[in-house]
Design a binder for this molecule. Structure first.
Ligand code: BES
Ligand code: ZN
Ligand code: ZN
Length: 520
């Protein structure tokens, strides 16, 4: 389903729920709240006036007020959602408010909703610049669709309770330029949210259904629809390429591994081939469809969660879907390294020495540090395909969650410019990553007696950095960004604006990072 844009003559729209955003314009912390609607339309203000002045509604972030049969309006209900203090106003507040509106409607069985676009001037005050309409309309559209996602796929009593109609309504009197911006925002929001929800649907699948082979099939189907080239390889090709690290992880499972390669060619490359020196961006995803830990087996408590150990892969697959639709002017390769990490009779063991595709030898200290092994070969393979810039996403370490909690994912890089570009992309996307170091002085963490490197450190300190240092060996001199999304890939508690379950984190930042490479 898509969000549609409707240009309306007046705010008197016939809809089951009309959603209006409100902000608290009180300046000081101690001042009493002054909730103010972000529309100046008299009819709407009149309908809500008594509540707004009653002191019952403070317009704090995601606070809601639902009025039935609002007088003077054709809407069956008026839903006012708070954005919080005006000084904190930004796209993030708008996103959360739009998500809250949808979830509130959904849990009440209301499946059609119209959000009134905040008027041009309404999202600014004297001190701050107005938020661009493109940003606001995308924020609203994107979040309405993300909020509509629920993870109850296999419940027998599941009813399709997804929203049937999501509308963003703007007054037809707005300027043409504004209207065009809103159109772009809604269009982008639809594409990006569909891609992120696709990633979430993959992460949601249990390990018995989404095997590496199945992940390959679903990715190939998406690529066929999106117009991307896609190849899915397995054991034979991995052997041919000499992917000794990736193969070792896969060998304990009865399920064959999948090496999935997606390619996006921009118009300029299709027409005339790539000009020398133009960038080739590679997105590499960890696709462990289930991580038991292997011979270094995990405790049974919480092990079921390891079905989401392919969230990095899903993020890259989702990003590729959006890239195919938004068509940035840069070549992109997507590489997914998918396997099941099992303790079978043929499983790799602690103490084993592996030879990666790059030729580096690796001593296995712990078979549960498998993500870095499959990515080692994925990153090296990307370079052999011509990648000039690498980015990987992986649910890589519990240590990253210990370090950053669940509000930020880990960000590592060997290149300042590329990292800076990622931070810009992250801000556009509205996601949160926090940079951690991976400077060369940490290299001693992965030194081995018997081989070139080992796959874990000697102790548990700085575990997220140890993992990043391992990957850095395989990025080599190529610009590289590493995203450790272990803490954000799965949302444990339902919030007012998003359901618990897979989050689809990193899809948007990776997409925006790629778009910033556009050469045209
Ligand atoms: N898939 C896990 C990391 C993980 C932990 C993801 C929590 C999501 C939530 C990874 O393969 C792993 O097991 N890492 C080990 C590394 C250790 C053996 C050095 C870890 O973090 O404990
Ligand atoms: Zn593991
Ligand atoms: Zn893992």
């Amino acid at each position: 389903m898509n969000v549609s844009l409707q240009l309306v003559e007046s705010t008197s729209i016939a809809t089951p729920v009309l959603v209006v955003l409100a902000v608290d314009v009180a300046m000081g912390d101690d001042d009493s709240p002054l909730p103010t609607l972000l529309v100046t339309a008299d009819a709407v203000s009149d309908a809500a006036a008594r509540f707004l002045t009653s002191g019952e509604f403070k317009a704090s972030l995601c606070e809601s007020l639902l009025l039935h049969a609002p007088s003077g309006l054709q809407a069956q209900r008026l839903l006012v959602i708070g954005l919080g203090k005006v000084r904190n106003l930004g796209p993030d507040a708008v996103r959360k408010a739009a998500g809250t509106a949808v979830r509130l409607a959904k849990t009440r069985g209301i499946r059609e909703l119209t959000v009134l676009f905040p008027e041009d001037h309404a999202l600014s005050d004297e001190d701050s610049e107005a938020l661009p309409c493109k940003v606001i309309s995308r924020a609203i559209g994107e979040r309405m669709l993300l909020a509509d996602f629920d993870s109850d796929t296999y419940r027998s009593d599941r009813k399709d309770e997804s929203m049937q109609s999501l509308v963003l309504a703007a007054l037809s009197s707005i300027q043409k330029a504004t209207r065009e911006e809103i159109e772009i925002g809604v269009h982008e929001g639809n594409i990006v949210a569909a891609a992120q929800n696709f990633a979430r649907s993959l992460v949601n699948e249990p390990g018995n259904i989404l095997t590496p082979t199945e992940l390959g099939k679903r990715t190939a189907a998406m690529c066929a629809q999106a117009g991307l080239a896609c190849e899915v390889h397995s054991t034979e090709k991995l052997k041919e390429l000499g992917m000794g690290a990736f193969l070792a992880v896969a060998q304990g499972s009865a399920e064959p591994p999948a090496l999935i390669v997606m390619r996006y060619e921009p118009e300029y490359a299709v027409r005339a081939g790539s000009p020398a020196g133009s960038p080739v961006v590679a997105l590499v995803g960890k696709g462990i469809t289930f991580d038991t830990g292997g011979i270094s087996i995990k405790p049974s408590e919480g092990m079921h969660k390891m079905k989401y150990d392919m969230a990095g892969a899903a993020a890259m697959i989702g990003a590729m879907q959006a890239i195919a639709a938004l068509r940035p002017a840069v070549r992109v390769i997507g590489i997914i390294c998918s396997a099941e990490n099992m303790p079978g009779g043929k499983a790799y063991k602690p103490g084993d020495v592996l030879t990666a595709m790059s030729g580096k030898t690796i001593e296995v200290m712990n078979t549960d540090a498998e993500g870095r092994l499959v990515l080692a070969d994925g990153l090296h393979y990307a370079k052999t395909l011509g990648a000039t810039h690498l980015i990987d996403a992986a649910t890589l370490t519990g240590a990253c969650v210990v370090a950053l909690g669940k509000l930020n994912s880990g960000l590592f890089s060997n290149d300042e410019d590329t990292c800076e570009r990622f931070l810009r992309a992250m801000r556009i996307a509205g996601e949160s990553f926090w940079r951690l170091p991976c400077t060369d002085n940490y290299q001693e963490l992965i030194q081995s007696q018997i081989a070139d490197i080992q796959n874990t450190g000697q102790d548990r300190w700085g575990g997220a950095i140890t993992a990043a240092m391992f990957l850095k060996e395989f990025a080599g001199k190529t610009s590289w960004v590493h995203l450790d999304i272990a803490g954000q890939a799965w949302i444990e508690e339902t919030r007012s604006y998003i359901a618990k379950g897979p989050s689809g984190v990193a899809v948007r930042s990776v997409l925006e990072w790629v778009r910033l490479f556009s050469v045209l």
